[in-house]
Design a protein around this ligand. Structure first.
Ligand SMILES: Cc1cc2nc3c(=O)[nH]c(=O)nc-3n(C[C@H](O)[C@H](O)[C@H](O)COP(=O)(O)OP(=O)(O)OC[C@H]3O[C@@H](n4cnc5c(N)ncnc54)[C@H](O)[C@@H]3O)c2cc1C
Length: 532
């Protein structure tokens, strides 16, 4: 009996058959799929396995349902770097065949980890985590989800610097830099990678680390997916919690407390360096159908109890619900997954806001929030299930300082610029009828917010909290890791993310990309942020 892995409804089933039957597959793609299968690599094809649950899962199980509109001609499930290399060799023989690499499937940009009529390389069989107590590192498979990685390391009392929701994939998050609850202590996720095993565009398997292929190593630290297919990450591990326990979880608040919540967020960011074991993600949400406005705040502390003072400003605000408690890190990541809803179409767009010292910084964030809310309420056409949210993600100067200590990364951040907040703007909706409006609104939302910050605060010599001599002031951060940086993991397909890393870093990354992929296997045949 055919069954879909997600809640099965007539609509989902009908959509599945429509998308499957609308896909055309070229003879070369069929030949490539046959060759991959002929090399004894598990391969399921649209023509003969469309109802196989594993194929359905590969095609359909994406965070944004818009990716499931695409149907791969075949899905290949490699179990080793050698098998990935064999797939790349086959792709090289068929230069017009498109492909995509899929890890956790959380990136909402359509056609990046999904492909229509091409070869989908599903990394799920490369998902093991092993701990190396000798040097306190872990080998982490790119097809794993963070909950599996953290669960596997928990018996040893250690963790890697991970994603903040357990269901997200290791591959995409790590290649985009990766912001973690542990970043205040140890830097971005990529700052904690000591070796990448990669299959390059010529099908060779290489290691990239501080000694071997150091340019590629640098580029992979936040430069995205255009350099090769990563088959293993070696990551530093760190002790986690006290007695295996951390504190945190999710609280929700009514929208009437927006000012207190935003003030607390600014102050938390400014004071982050006092206790880098703490972290928050502060999200505001507006549902267009109901006009319901709420805040959902994710809390984390790397210890079983929180010292006084750390979250006091948040604690003073009345909650609608409070799920914070002492628990294991893996339970906390699994609990955060309660906000990880499947079945909707999503877009994520990113921006960076300055965290100016209080009170100016508080007024900047509050004005920004109110501008966003007013725009959303005034301009939203009524589509079923439209929900808008934005997330304030503190990026204190201690994070780029850790990045520098670890040898630097591709993002071009500079700790002297002080504290920032990485903003994430989400739009979710139900059906393809809303696609056009959702895309246009996502673009306008960030344009409006950016203009507001530039006009009110730019060019006045204002500097962020924890700014140090030599850092950029607001409005002159271009190319200096300032407020024009786009965090790749939160960026929408049209945002000039790699360019925002600064001209020097952009040119360095581009040179590496052209050196490892001169024929354009990645830039010509799969999605991702490109070098122009
Ligand atoms: C609910 C949710 C929570 C999130 N939380 C965080 C967070 O805490 N921190 C953070 O930094 N970001 C976070 N993100 C953003 C997330 O990091 C990006 O969306 C990321 O691209 C998802 O990675 P993935 O492996 O799940 O996605 P996928 O869609 O599978 O992959 C994303 C991209 O990476 C490429 N890719 C994947 N694996 C490989 C590989 N092995 N080799 C080469 N290319 C590869 C894919 O081809 C694709 O282009 C979150 C996103 C969502 C939706």
């Amino acid at each position: 009996m055919f069954s879909l892995p997600s809640p099965c409804s007539a609509l989902i089933a009908a959509t599945y058959f429509l998308t499957v039957s609308a896909t055309t597959v070229s003879s070369n793609t069929t030949a490539a799929c046959t060759a991959i299968s002929g090399a004894s690599i598990e391969t399921l094809s649209l023509s003969s396995d469309a109802l196989n649950p594993e194929f359905v899962d590969a095609k359909n199980h994406y965070w944004s349902a818009a990716n499931a509109d695409l149907s791969p001609a075949c899905a290949a499930f490699p179990t080793s770097a050698e098998e990935v290399s064999s797939i790349v060799s086959t792709l090289l023989q068929y230069p017009d065949v498109k492909f995509a690499v899929k890890s956790g499937g959380h990136n909402p940009n359509v056609g990046w980890s999904s492909v229509d009529g091409g070869v989908l390389i599903v990394m799920s069989n490369l998902g093991n985590t092993t701990f190396n107590p000798g040097d306190n590192t872990a080998h982490v498979g790119p097809g794993a989800r963070w909950k599996d990685v953290i669960g596997a390391l928990e018996p040893y009392g250690v963790a890697v610097v991970s994603g903040r929701l357990g269901d997200v994939g290791v591959g995409g998050l790590t290649l985009g830099g990766g912001l973690s609850f542990l970043s205040g202590q140890y830097g971005l996720v990529c700052d904690n990678v000591v070796n990448y095993e990669v299959v390059l565009a010529n099908a060779s398997i290489v290691n990239a680390n501080a000694s071997n292929n150091p340019d590629l190593f640098f580029a992979l630290k936040g430069g995205g997916n255009q350099f090769g297919i990563v088959t293993s990450f070696t990551m530093k591990t760190h002790p986690i919690g006290t007695n295996g326990q951390v504190w945190g979880g999710i609280r929700s608040y009514a929208g009437i407390y927006s000012e207190q919540i935003i003030n607390a967020t600014q102050a938390f960011t400014e004071n982050y360096f006092h206790d880098p074991k703490a972290a928050v993600i502060v999200t505001g949400e507006v549902a267009i159908d109901t006009l319901l406005e709420i805040f959902v705040v994710f809390f984390f502390y790397d210890g079983e109890t929180v010292p006084a003072g750390v979250f006091d400003a948040f604690n003073a605000i009345p909650t609608i619900s409070d799920g914070t408690k002492t628990q294991t890190y893996s339970d906390l990541l699994n609990g955060d997954d309660n906000t990880n809803l499947y079945g909707l179409r999503y877009l994520i767009r990113g921006a960076t806001l300055p965290n100016l010292p209080a009170p100016t910084g508080q007024s900047l964030l509050l004005t920004h929030y109110n501008t966003w809310k007013a725009y959303v309420l005034l301009n939203s056409p009524l589509h079923p299930g439209f929900i808008f949210s934005l997330a304030f993600q503190p990026l204190p100067a201690i994070i780029p300082a850790h990045s520098a200590e670890a040898g630097g990364n591709a993002l071009g951040m500079d700790a002297r610029n002080g504290d920032f907040i990485w903003m994430e703007y989400d739009v979710s909706w139900l059906t393809a009828l809303g696609d056009e409006d959702a895309h246009a609104m996502a673009i306008n939302i960030t344009a409006t917010g950016k203009a507001q910050v530039a006009q009110t605060y730019g060019g006045k010599g204002l500097v962020n909290s924890n700014w140090q001599a030599g850092g950029a002031s607001i409005g002159e951060g271009d190319g200096k890791g300032g407020e024009n940086l786009y965090f790749l993991n939160d960026a929408m397909y049209d945002q000039e993310t790699l360019q925002s890393y600064g001209e020097g870093n952009y040119e360095t990354l581009k040179a590496v990309q052209r050196a490892v992929d001169p024929e354009g296997l990645f830039w010509g045949r799969t999605g991702g942020f490109k070098f122009t």
